[in-house]
Design a protein around this ligand. Structure first.
Ligand code: BDR
Ligand code: CA
Length: 316
């Protein structure tokens, strides 16, 4: 069983990924750490606690950062995720469980130290909590099993951004944190728009989950109605791109993804702020200070058919 701490800003696709992780037979979801992003920190944390209570999750919930390291905090993406972050479904706030007393980055440090080389950190929001953990306790780089990130876009499938032509939301929301996390000396795999926009759950597929997964299917269908409308209006897509669940899918089925290795940097200012770049053997960049950065893996392709089949199987 892979011990996973899931760093997240729920968020519709975040909520789907939390339930997917919980359903996966190979994953032991020990903690959910929250961060601002799709919703404010308070709303994102409330949503994580709601999922914990409603689906009886054993995972701790630890509240994290409310703003980026350097740049000002952006408005929540309520046009994508709804004002309540969960597609505006009714949320019963009575009897919500409580978060742990540790803040997210301290929770990460404590758990990683307690389980050396056994924890996979999966981050699907702004990377602020991970960067704060790295700043406070740099030695965790040698104690984490692996880091899997949903964020960025490297152009391997022609996609380079979803917030600007050159930036993905989780990166542009805190580019300084992203640059620190992606260039740190720990084993990172990035699951970015290159593969997540290639993986589409149609409305028919989402509706098929209702019968396939008596526990989670109806909830996933309900929260994705608002999200699917957004995809239809912006990209004429029938259904939804599968962003955050793809990071969990990589943990359980890395063989479904092709990867490219090379150091990664993030543009932290100027008109291309949020751009993610990977230096690979066959690419040249006018950047001369890459030599000391570790090679990280970026997913450049995915077997989306096998992915969708496995997702439904695991959820059943
Ligand atoms: C990412 O941004 C958020 O809207 C999603 O939850 C996902 O983590 C996709 O760019
Ligand atoms: Ca997210």
């Amino acid at each position: 069983m892979e011990k996973v701490i899931f760093d997240t800003d729920p968020g519709i696709d975040d909520a789907m990924a939390i339930l997917f992780a919980e359903a996966c037979s190979d994953i032991d979801l020990i903690g959910i750490t929250t961060v601002f992003g799709n919703a404010t920190l308070n709303t994102a944390t409330r949503n994580a606690l709601y999922l914990k209570g409603r689906f009886n999750l054993a995972a701790d919930v630890a509240k994290g950062a409310e703003k980026p390291l350097v740049i000002p905090v952006d408005e929540p993406a309520d046009f994508v995720h709804g004002v309540n972050g969960l597609g505006n479904i009714h949320i019963d706030e009575s009897n919500l469980p409580s978060p742990v007393s540790l803040t997210a980055h301290d929770y990460i440090i404590e758990k990683v130290k307690a389980h050396p080389n056994a924890i996979t950190l999966v981050a699907v929001g702004r990377m602020t909590n991970l960067a704060l953990a790295l700043r406070k306790c740099p030695e965790i780089t040698h104690l984490v099993k692996q880091v899997v990130i949903m964020g960025g876009a490297f152009g391997y499938q022609g996609k380079t951004g979803n917030m600007t032509p050159f930036a993905e939301a989780n990166i542009i929301g805190d580019p300084h944190a992203a640059d620190e996390v992606l260039s740190a000396d720990w084993p990172v795999t990035v699951v970015g728009l290159d593969v997540t926009m290639k993986t589409i759950m149609s409305n028919a597929y989402l509706s098929s989950l209702i019968n396939a997964s008596p526990k989670y299917g109806q909830f996933i269908y309900d929260i994705t109605r608002f999200y699917a409308d957004f995809h239809q209006q912006t990209d004429k897509v029938d259904g939804i791109y599968v962003h955050d669940s793809s990071a969990i899918m990589y943990v359980i089925a890395p063989h479904l993804f092709e990867t490219v290795a090379g150091p990664i940097r993030v543009v932290t200012e100027g008109p291309a702020i949020g751009l993610t770049l990977q230096k690979t053997a066959n690419k040249r960049f006018p950047i001369d200070d890459w030599a000391d950065f570790p090679a990280q893996k970026v997913c450049c392709n995915v077997d989306e058919e096998a992915y969708l089949q496995l997702y439904r199987e695991q959820l059943s």
